[in-house]
Ligand binder design. Structure first.
Ligand SMILES: [Zn+2]
Length: 253
């Protein structure tokens, strides 16, 4: 009952975030990790977390797709802010590589550089890493290994071909409502050990034809239960325990 990856700072929630959060609590959820992906959203993310103590936990990084619009100075500033607020931040992320949105070799190189800096930041601050990787899994894995990243969550993981590498490295994955539409993700849900799976929504995205909300983790949990041939309750509870452990959340089930 924890959404390990949502974006509550998005303008989709600016009118009614309080009711969204109330609905989550009514649905039996105990926490949401909100991912601040763009430096301009830093303050808003911290404010949402402050307004919802013990329920909304920030993860802060820089999404690779913003590489074209950010200066080195803005990246430096974001890293500084993370360091200054390290006691209120639960993970570094999302960070990683996105070759789907970024085709130019020069920008891809810059993404890799920023990614390495973020991994080192996570190691320095002893925080877990939340990874975004799109069309770039080989390079992502190589960089994670070269930089010695240990505590890793592959968010929206959908690459069947890399599942064994993820397992061998002791990394985690999170599964969202996209599982409904993807045969590959259903196979991943079947083959991944349950103690390495977390639930996520990436809200406000992946809400099908409407705005996504963190309560949609239920859809992911139902599919995982079906494909692992186990009880829904076991998935619901174990995935939350995995999130508590991974992010070191001050929560108990
Ligand atoms: Zn995200």
């Amino acid at each position: 009952m924890i959404d390990s990856h949502a974006h509550l700072e998005q303008k989709d929630y600016s009118e009614d975030l309080d009711s969204v959060i109330s609905r989550c609590k009514e649905a039996g959820m105990i926490g949401i990790v909100t991912s601040s992906a763009n430096p301009k959203d830093f303050e808003k993310t911290m404010k949402i977390s402050q307004d919802n103590p013990g329920f909304v936990f920030p993860s802060v990084g820089i999404h690779p797709e913003y590489i074209k619009e950010l200066s080195i100075k803005q990246i430096d500033d974001q890293i500084l802010k993370i360091k200054e607020n390290k006691d209120k931040i639960y993970a570094i992320g999302e960070v990683g590589l996105d070759y789907f949105w970024t085709k130019e070799e020069e920008y891809r190189k810059q993404q890799q550089k920023m990614f390495r800096r973020m991994i080192q930041l996570a190691i320095e601050l002893k925080k877990p890493l939340v990874i975004h990787s799109r069309n770039a899994m080989d390079d992502t894995i190589q960089i994670l290994k070269e930089e010695g990243a240990k505590n890793v969550l592959m968010h929206l993981f959908g690459s069947k071909a890399h599942i064994q590498t993820v397992i061998d490295n002791g990394w985690n994955i999170s599964i969202g409502p996209l599982i409904k539409r993807s045969k590959d993700i259903r196979k991943i849900a079947r083959d991944m050990p349950l103690d390495k799976i977390m639930l996520e929504t990436d809200s406000p995205w992946f809400g099908e034809d409407k705005r996504g909300e963190p309560t949609n983790i239920k859809i992911a949990a139902e599919y995982i239960a079906r494909y692992q041939k186990i009880e829904f309750e076991k998935v619901w509870k174990t995935c939350a325990q995995n999130s508590i452990k991974f992010f070191n959340l001050p929560l108990k089930i």
